[in-house]
Design a protein around this ligand. Structure first.
Ligand code: SF4
Length: 314
């Protein structure tokens, strides 16, 4: 089985493409995520013909425009970067996620320093030129910086989004039908509920009438709201709410004692004494014992492969 196509800054794979001739190898990417993701590496600066090693560059704001200029000189690489953006970005529509190298004036996702014409830092709120073009072209694409993947919650959230977006691209966008749209919503209902209950309540009714306007329009509005919801951090309280809803469907597969133990574990999770994997495993056991079709469909119980161990840490 091939992995999910995910873009990545080349230096994170250990390739020596940085301006200083080095790399920024991320073992988490190459040793863990690479088992599930098929990485598509891009080094925009190498693609722009800048070579390695090369002088460091930074962002300068000149006449209200961000330009890529050598930090200790005046050589301007903006046009060659723009040529890379124009050529490469339109070819990335097949990707389901993107992992960027932080702090780079080309690849950085956020908080990139901007200098004035004299080279003084005037703000730190930009994105690298390539990253900005990527996020503008593909606003639904899950994008994250490698450094932020060290945070348990951000990592879990990003990976969950990549798997959900992959499901959308493979099973809905590739052949858009009312049935495919409704089935997608059905299998992600509990994830939506956990991530953002108000959006969950808005997105369901959006699909109740699929005849009064073109399906492409409804699907576009739906996936925008869906990906926005999935970007929201799930609180312990929101997981408790979703798990209690799921328990309702599993009433018949649990005896009184099982139910009591599960409620105790959910409460202990709520108090921060246990990771999510503990009550979730009990729910999965109950479902396995006496499968309920509707629950079987729910990606909430297994949004990504267990071996990633993400729910041990949130
Ligand atoms: S941060 Fe981006 S531009 Fe810089 S070396 Fe890595 S891949 Fe290349």
């Amino acid at each position: 089985m091939s992995g999910i196509p995910v873009g990545i800054s080349t230096c994170l794979l250990g390739e020596q493409v940085r301006h200083d001739g080095g790399h920024k190898h991320s073992r988490y990417c190459t040793q863990v995520l690479a088992r599930h993701f098929d990485f598509h590496p891009i080094c925009p600066e190498m693609a722009a013909g800048m070579g390695t090693p090369r002088p460091a560059i930074h962002l300068r704001e000149i006449d209200n425009e961000l330009r890529l200029i050598e930090a200790k000189g005046s050589a301007d690489h903006t046009d060659s970067m723009q040529a890379v953006i124009d050529k490469v970005i339109p070819t990335l529509g097949h990707l389901r996620g993107y992992i960027l190298m932080a702090k780079s004036p080309s690849c950085g996702m956020e908080r990139i320093k901007v200098h004035n014409a004299e080279g003084r830092v005037v703000r730190r709120d930009a994105s690298g030129l390539f990253a900005a073009a990527l996020m503008k072209a593909y606003p639904l694409l899950p994008v994250e910086e490698e450094g932020r993947l060290h945070d348990d919650q951000l990592r879990e959230n990003f990976i969950e989004r990549v798997f959900a977006y992959d499901d959308w691209m493979q099973n809905v966008a590739a052949d858009l039908t009312p049935g495919a749209l409704i089935e997608f919503h059905t299998r992600h209902k509990f994830q939506l509920l956990a991530h953002n209950e108000p959006l969950y309540r808005k997105l369901g009714p959006l699909l109740s009438d699929l005849k009064s306007r073109p399906i492409e329009q409804t699907a576009g509005q739906y996936i925008e709201g869906f990906m926005e919801a999935m970007t929201c951090k799930v609180s312990r309280g929101a997981h408790v709410n979703a798990m209690q809803h799921l328990m309702g469907y599993l009433r018949d597969s649990m005896g009184d004692e099982d139910r009591k133990v599960l409620l105790e574990q959910i409460e202990a999770y709520h108090r921060g004494e246990l990771p999510l994997i503990v009550p979730m495993t009990l729910l999965r056991m109950a479902q396995r014992r006496e499968p309920v079709d509707y629950v079987e469909l729910q990606h909430y119980l297994s949004p990504y492969p267990d071996e990633l161990g993400l729910r041990n840490r949130v």
